[in-house]
Design a protein around this ligand. Structure first.
Ligand code: NAD
Ligand code: UD1
Length: 340
């Protein structure tokens, strides 16, 4: 299939690109590199031994999109492009609404112009907000608690409205839990611009000596050891969910929403232990205050993805830590230097 990947230079997009190339899909990537580096593509090309089209541009730019839709004529779109930092979204909310929502509206209009009707969208478990019950299933109420989360939820609604007005439209909305890890080769992985906000990249940078110690945000939660519990999902498993979703949209109409997680949670202390075991490094840490806005625990009920997408996670926490460490230790400065 001819697939346009927006945000394909990013952490999840680049892993998905690699897998789609492995299945002989024809790919065009659109990215403005606002949170990524085009250097990733040399690595993807090396791993896949395949060619693909690259367009440097913004998903909010109508002319760029029109050229792609008229030239490459994608049959389906996987839409990763977006800003994703929760804390930053509370400081610059309009930047998030503008980039994420206007970007998606512009994309859907460009798709309509050429009757491209299939889309897979990157949403987040953050749309659920404070759990009313766990595990979250897809019917759990959505009351997101940050501007970022609200952009994801409003885009979901935009896609549902678009689909309702367009009988041939087919959309899959994937609500990712906590994506971590890297390709097993250690050649592509997560490359945060600044000091990481998220747990696994932070631990990786402590392990490699770039950061001195981890701050554990609270040990007085109602969890098995008092630290926050999350459903970590290997990025390679997550990328594979997009391949299943592309097949699904090709054979259906309407919108379906899926949780993409393992269904199992790990606490911060369990992640530290697993990372130490995988890397052989000691992770110095200290217990600090709770991070404002954090939730004690959340994890997925992934049964719907098992049943309708025929997808389930294959990798466990030990695999995630092994691959995160392999990537980090081979690329301590991310894509700045070539892999060791
Ligand atoms: P990422 O920042 O690594 O990748 C996003 C890519 O989109 C980047 O390459 C960035 O340069 C590009 N981009 C951003 N705005 C753009 C624009 N206007 N035009 C063109 N390109 C643009 O993030 P990721 O972790 O790969 O996440 C991909 C998607 O998944 C995002 O939409 C994110 O909100 C969502 N998501 C991520 C997580 C996570 O923890 N990583 C969790 C849930 C959902
Ligand atoms: C964050 C985002 C969420 C996003 C998710 C995806 C926030 C508030 N939420 O959530 O929208 O969908 O990432 O990856 O940012 N922790 C520490 N020390 C650290 C970093 C984290 O103890 O330095 C703890 C946190 O308190 C939490 C756990 O580790 O209990 C996981 O944190 P993180 O990786 O930031 O993910 P989320 O909090 O789930």
């Amino acid at each position: 299939m001819r697939v346009l990947i927006t945000g394909g230079a990013g952490f999840i997009g680049s892993q998905t690109l690699l897998q789609l190339l492995g299945e002989q899909h024809e790919i065009c990537v659109l990215d403005n590199y606002s949170n990524s580096s085009p250097m990733v593509f040399e690595r993807v090309a090396m791993l896949s031994n395949s060619a693909f089209e690259l367009v440097e541009g913004d998903v909010r730019d109508r002319d760029t999109l029109a050229k792609i839709f008229e030239g490459f004529r994608p049959e389906a779109v996987i839409h990763f492009a977006g800003l994703k930092a929760v804390g930053e979204s509370t400081t610059f909310p309009i930047r998030y609404y503008e980039n994420n929502m206007l970007g998606t509206a512009t994309l859907l209009q460009a798709m309509d112009a050429v009757q491209c009707r299939q889309i897979v969208f990157s949403s987040s478990a953050t749309v659920y907000g404070v759990p009313k019950y766990l595990p979250y299933d897809e019917a759990h109420p959505c009351i997101p608690t940050s501007p970022y989360g609200r952009t994801k939820y409003f885009i979901e609604e935009m896609i549902r409205d678009w689909s309702a007005a367009t009988p041939t439209a087919s959309a899959v909305i994937l609500r990712y839990f906590n994506p971590v890890g890297a390709h097993s080769s250690g050649i592509i992985g997560e490359d945060p611009n600044d000091i990481p906000n998220n747990l696994m990249p932070y631990i990786s940078q402590v392990a490699v000596g770039k950061l001195s110690k981890l701050q554990v945000f609270g040990n007085d939660y109602d969890t098995r050891d008092g630290t926050g519990l999350r459903d970590y999902i290997h990025v390679v498993d997550l990328a594979r969910a997009h391949l299943n979703s592309i097949d699904y949209v090709a054979g259906s109409a309407g919108v379906e929403t899926f949780n993409i997680g393992t269904g199992e949670g790990a606490t911060v202390l369990e992640v530290i232990q697993a990372f130490e075991a995988a890397s052989g490094q000691t992770i110095p840490y200290e217990i600090n205050q709770r991070r404002p806005g954090d939730i004690a625990a959340f994890y997925a009920n992934p049964a719907k993805a098992h049943n309708l997408l025929d997808w389930r996670a294959k990798f466990n926490l030990a695999n995630m830590c092994r691959d995160a460490w392999n990537w980090q230790s081979k690329n301590p400065d991310g894509y700045v230097q070539g892999p060791k």
